[in-house]
Structures are given as C-alpha cells and as structure tokens.
Write a protein that binds this ligand. Structure first.
Ligand code: SF4
Length: 275
C-alpha cells in the first residue's frame, strides 16, 4: 500500500512562530501562560505545559508572570488590562492577523463602516472586531451581506483563514451597498494551499486520513472537503487508526490541519507504512 502526504500540511508559519515564541518564554515556576490554548491541539498544549508554558482562559487567573498572546491575537483592551495588572506581555499574534486587526482599525479611523467577513465566534475574528472599536459588523454569508443597510463608505476586511472563493462571492454582494468601497483582502494563503493540496490528493487515493484536533475548525473543514472525494477519517492521533480502514486499498492519503504538530503526522505516517 502506498502512503502519500499532501504537498502542504500541518503547522502554518503563524503557528510555528507562536510555538517558538512560547517555548522561548517558558518558565519553570509556572508563571508563563498563553491566554487560551496556544493552538487547537490538546497534545501540543499538554507538551507545552510540561515544558513550562501553561494556559489560562482569563487574565483574572494570573497574579504575576508573563502572558503570551497566541497567533489568533486579542483586542487592545487585553494589552491594557495586562499592563494594569503588572504582567509582562509577549505578543505571538501572527503578523497576518495583526495586519487584519490594524486594517480594521485604520478603516474605522478613516470613517468607513467596517464589515468583517468571517466566523462570528472565531477568536481571531473577535480580535479583529475589538480592533475596530467593536464597531464592525461580522458576516459570513451572502444573505447576511444582502441584509446590511447601504452606507456612505464601506470598508471590508476578512478573517485570515476564510475561503478565497466565498470571500469573492460575498464581496460581489457588498459592492451594491455603497458608492465607496475599500477592500483589504486580509486572507492568508496557508489555508487555501492546504485545502487545495488535500483535495488534489483525496481525488487520487482510496482513503484519506485527516489529522488534527476534533475542536480545530480548519482540520474539520479539511475533513469535510476530502470527504467529497473519498472515504475520509478525521483522527487526532495514530492510536485511533483501525485495521479495517486499510482493507483492500492501494493508496492512502494523509493531510493535517494548520495546528497539527509534525511529530503526530510522522507517527501516523509510520504506522500506515507498517500495515
Ligand atoms: S493560518 Fe495564516 S494567518 Fe493564521 S496563523 Fe497561520 S499563517 Fe497566520
């Protein structure tokens, strides 16, 4: 049986960078913490915790030490709040996310009514929203775009991981809403690359394995896309592999979400090869 890895899979630039920054700031006394899990991968969060990087859900849980801002970023009030509490802030916000946050801010400052295209509850989208002075409207469907009122000046930014095709479709509808529309296309290519590579591979294998946290939105999306091409299994670790998945197949493909550590991908790859 042939085991094939997707051309692009696993950690993106922003996640790799955030983990490196977190490791550089680890502390033996447990006072270095990320605000929220560094990535949506429980195995990585546990490993970092063993290395001296904890995780808190709120600054209320920290009396001292270093708060590490994860790649999704946070709103401006968190920086102010951390400073007030005397915490050291280490900012691991992905530079692409930072650009989206500052784009939203500059559009508001220039007098635009701002629309963020993205998933309403996603932490990155919440952070972009906070940088818009909590003034932006967040939409993720064409219907929501159509329901917006007309305005004098419309500014558009996007969740970095949003689908490029869906973004274009929604923007076409938003163009009807104002005579002056400024579009800041803040999409990062990592997601599109991973999705395109996964789809390409899924089309030429018998089965696909998609590795990543069950709570990771980008991994679940990869699994959904692959499932349109072939039988697909979404797993978190090699321990979930089942013998019957390998019955009478010639080729199996592997991809992994942007928050899946290399060591887990390698483990799954090796186990598949030994079948
Ligand atoms: S997907 Fe793109 S924007 Fe998001 S963390 Fe990775 S590199 Fe940064």
């Amino acid at each position: 049986m042939e085991v094939i890895l997707a051309d692009y899979l696993g950690f993106c630039y922003g996640v790799k960078r955030a983990i490196t920054i977190a490791r550089e700031n680890a502390s033996a006394d447990g006072t270095a913490c990320t605000l929220g899990p560094i990535i949506h991968n429980p195995q990585m969060v546990e490993r970092l915790s063993d290395e001296g990087v904890g995780s808190v859900n709120s600054l209320d849980e920290m009396e001292k030490g270093t708060v590490i801002i994860r790649s999704h970023g946070v709103g401006p009030q968190i920086y102010a709040d951390a400073e007030k509490r005397g915490l050291t802030v280490v900012d691991a916000t992905c530079p692409h996310v930072k650009k989206a946050q500052l784009s939203a801010k500059s559009l508001v400052d220039e007098g635009y009514s701002v629309v963020i295209i993205g998933e309403k509850e996603h932490p990155e989208v919440r952070s972009i929203f906070e940088w818009s002075n909590a003034e932006a409207k967040i939409i993720e469907t064409v219907e929501e775009a159509d329901a917006l009122p007309n305005c004098a000046k419309l500014g558009i930014v996007c969740q970095t991981t949003f689908s490029g095709a869906k973004f274009r479709e929604i923007v076409t509808h938003l163009l009807e809403k104002s005579r002056e529309v400024k579009i800041l296309r803040t999409i990062c290519t990592a997601t599109d690359q991973r999705q395109a590579a996964a789809m390409e591979l899924a089309a030429k294998v018998d089965r696909m394995l998609v590795i990543g946290g069950k709570n990771s939105a980008n991994t679940s999306r990869l699994a959904q896309l692959c499932a349109t091409k072939c039988v697909t299994y979404h797993i978190e670790t090699a321990a979930e592999l089942q013998d019957e998945w390998f019955d009478k197949i010639e080729k199996i493909g592997i991809t992994a979400g942007a928050s899946t550590p290399d060591w887990i991908i390698k483990e799954v790859y090796k186990k598949c090869q030994n079948r």
